[in-house]
Ligand binder design. Structure first.
Ligand SMILES: O=P(O)(O)OC[C@H]1O[C@H](O[C@H]2O[C@H](CO)[C@@H](O)[C@H](O)[C@H]2O)[C@H](O)[C@@H](O)[C@@H]1O
Length: 265
């Protein structure tokens, strides 16, 4: 794990990718394509971003995939584009570029536990403000971005205690994220999705860009690959380089599109 990852510029990164005969560009959503917002429903893509992603994915030799912790159904609504891969629920739901969907996760018992945990999370929150429970069916997110930090610690500790005492809790795992604690099926992670896409598009230059702890599985799956952490400051990561913000990611995508358009003329 490196800490002082070299900062790359959008220009250098776009140049490297534009030079590849075939490219597999994998992008995380929250905190990478779209800046972090106070609540999940406020983190929406700008029309320009949708248009760049759409154009890129139509170019020959360019495969674009969005890999997120969000539900696939939500990604389909946020990025309403045909022709790119959408991967939801940390890799459990994969939509191919032709629209075909694979659901990698079929453990019914784990789904039942998630539904139980929904009630437990709400009980732990009780009437305290600033929390949000996001039930994604096969995973659950307990958000505390707008809660008092001291109360958040108490609620999260209580939730973890109750979760750990559930029979079969080991079918699921806890994953901290940005002001959120997620519970997801054990063994499902973004690394699986990255390996799947790399096999499917063997020979293409794989690039993964992400900002959160869940993206570390993807970085590790692409050992020695082009892996970019989105972070304003250095922090331990398995990525190979760093871009400071989603704004820089957006700039890089526009430059990549412009360079590729010049090539296909
Ligand atoms: O894998 P990602 O695309 O990065 O998704 C990770 C989680 O992102 C969302 O929560 C985070 O973003 C919200 C909007 O900016 C923010 O309000 C929240 O505090 C963050 O934790 C999403 O709601 C989760 O379902 C995703 O798993």
């Amino acid at each position: 794990m490196g800490v002082n990852l070299p900062l790359v510029t959008p220009e250098t990164l776009a140049e490297k990718m534009a030079g590849a005969p075939r490219l597999l560009l994998m992008l995380d959503y929250d905190g990478t394509l779209v800046p972090i917002a106070p609540t999940p429903d406020q983190a929406r893509p700008k029309p320009e971003l949708i248009s760049v992603l759409g154009e890129l994915s139509l170019l020959p030799g360019r495969v674009v995939a969005i890999i997120s912790g969000r539900r696939l159904s939500e990604l389909q609504e946020l990025i309403p584009l045909a022709g790119l891969h959408l991967v939801g629920a940390h890799g459990a739901e994969i939509q191919e570029a032709d629209g075909k969907v694979h659901r990698l996760f079929k453990d019914q018992r784990a789904k039942e536990i998630i539904s139980e945990l929904d009630g437990i999370a709400r009980e732990c929150i009780a009437s305290r403000g600033g929390f949000l429970v996001e039930n994604k069916g096969i995973s659950l997110a307990l958000h505390y971005r707008q809660a008092d930090p001291f109360l958040a610690r108490q609620v999260i500790d209580n939730f973890i205690k109750k979760f750990s005492s559930l029979p079969d809790a080991n079918r699921l795992e806890l994953m901290p994220g940005k002001k959120v604690l997620e519970v997801r099926p054990r063994g499902i992670n973004k690394g699986l999705a990255v390996r799947y896409l790399c096999r499917k598009h063997a020979g293409a230059l794989p690039v993964y860009i992400g900002d959160d702890i869940t993206d570390e599985d993807a970085f590790k799956a692409l050992k020695n690959g082009c892996t970019i952490l989105v972070s304003p400051r250095p922090r331990p990561s398995a990525a190979s380089a760093r871009l400071p913000s989603p704004r820089h990611v957006g700039k890089m995508l526009s430059l990549l599109l412009a360079k590729n358009k010049l090539k296909v003329r």
